[in-house]
Design a protein around this ligand. Structure first.
Ligand code: CP
Ligand code: NVA
Length: 334
């Protein structure tokens, strides 16, 4: 018997603060239950005849495929729509598109640039809308990250996550708030130029305080990671910022996660994980790194026993499924 909070029915996810702390943990619990259920070979019909529109302005491997299979596993359908496929924002406003798609679909997952777009989709469509990444936030990623940490450590208690890299990108913003809500200590190691936005930081600090933990920002990565149980990084140049590539590589080189930085945690023989939302520049095998080699993480760390990046990426599907099921499945019909 699956359990989750009834308050999650019909709800949208714009950013980590869209759910209470308890609701967020209920979603992670549901994802763990759905994962176990799939491992037992059960493909149910919790989303039977439900239809979800996947509107993508930016590329995606994990979010797109996780969403598609999450809904299919439970008997529903998803339609992948890119800007050139529909009139979105070109011949038709976001508001009108939302009102059209809301009459046709049961929910909409959006990946793109402006946070306002996903908020307008939610405001005008009348159906649940999920943020699959904007320039500002990446909340579905953080649900998977917290699930992965909990799977490895048994709980989220007494845990410190150190994020090393671009401290004010979408993943960093959502990870900071996700940790604060889960009662996980968060340390951001980033150069002054990329410190988190003051407002986003203050909001996370307040939530962290309420949950008995803190949020700290360091520009010295070696000092910052001391005592950390999770080293987390993301690409140095997010989608849409490609013109900043050279300057970012120069700025963030000292923030690469390598074995020396893993050792600087002091936990190399204890509780220590490496996480990355992926895709990652850890080897020579991409167009970007053919010349430069590894960027934000070395191959040695990426391929080490500490790295749980593929569990983390699998967990994208289970957590997105939890979002769809909790928002769309009418439990009275079960
Ligand atoms: N982590 C993540 O969102 O991956 P994709 O860009 O492949 O969806
Ligand atoms: N910060 C990255 C995350 C990719 C999943 C980006 O926005 O490109």
């Amino acid at each position: 018997m699956l359990t989750w909070m009834p308050e999650l029915y019909n709800r949208s996810l714009m950013r980590m603060t869209s759910f209470t702390d308890e609701e967020m943990m209920s979603l992670i619990d549901l994802a763990a239950q759905l994962k176990a259920r799939r491992a037992a070979g059960i493909r149910g019909d919790l989303l039977h005849r439900k239809n979800v529109a996947l509107i993508f302005e930016k590329s995606s491997t994990r979010t797109r495929n996780s969403s598609l299979i999450a809904i299919r596993d439970e008997g529903g359908n998803a339609e992948y729509l890119t800007r050139p496929d529909i009139h979105f924002g070109k011949k038709e406003s976001v508001k009108d598109t939302a009102r059209v798609l809301g009459r046709i679909y049961d929910g909409i997952l959006f990946r793109g640039f402006a946070q306002k777009t996903v908020e307008d989709l939610a405001k005008y469509s009348g159906v649940p809308v999920w943020n699959g990444l904007t320039d500002d936030y990446h909340p579905t990623q953080i649900l998977a990250d917290l699930l992965t940490i909990r799977e490895n450590f048994g709980s989220l208690e007494n845990c410190t996550v150190a994020y090393v890299g671009d401290g004010r990108n979408n993943v960093a913003n959502s990870l900071m708030m996700g940790c604060a809500k889960a009662g996980v200590r968060y340390v951001c190691c980033t150069p002054k130029e990329l410190w988190p936005d003051e407002r986003v930081l203050a909001e996370a600090e307040e939530v962290a305080r309420r949950n008995g933990v803190d949020v700290r920002v360091f520009d010295d990565p070696v000092k910052g990671v001391k005592g950390a149980n999770v080293l987390y990084t993301d690409v140095w140049v997010s989608m849409g910022e490609e013109s900043k590539t050279a300057e970012r590589i120069k700025l963030l080189r000292p923030y690469q996660i390598n074995m020396d930085l893993m050792r600087a945690t002091g936990n190399i023989d204890g509780r220590l994980l490496f996480l990355h939302c992926l895709p990652a520049f850890h080897d020579h095998e991409t167009d970007v790194t053919r010349e430069s080699g590894a960027l934000e993480v070395t191959d040695e760390v990426f391929e080490s026993k500490y790295s749980k990046v593929f569990d983390e990426s699998e967990n994208r599907m289970h957590t997105i499924k939890a979002l769809f099921v909790s928002a769309l499945c009418d439990r009275s019909a079960l």
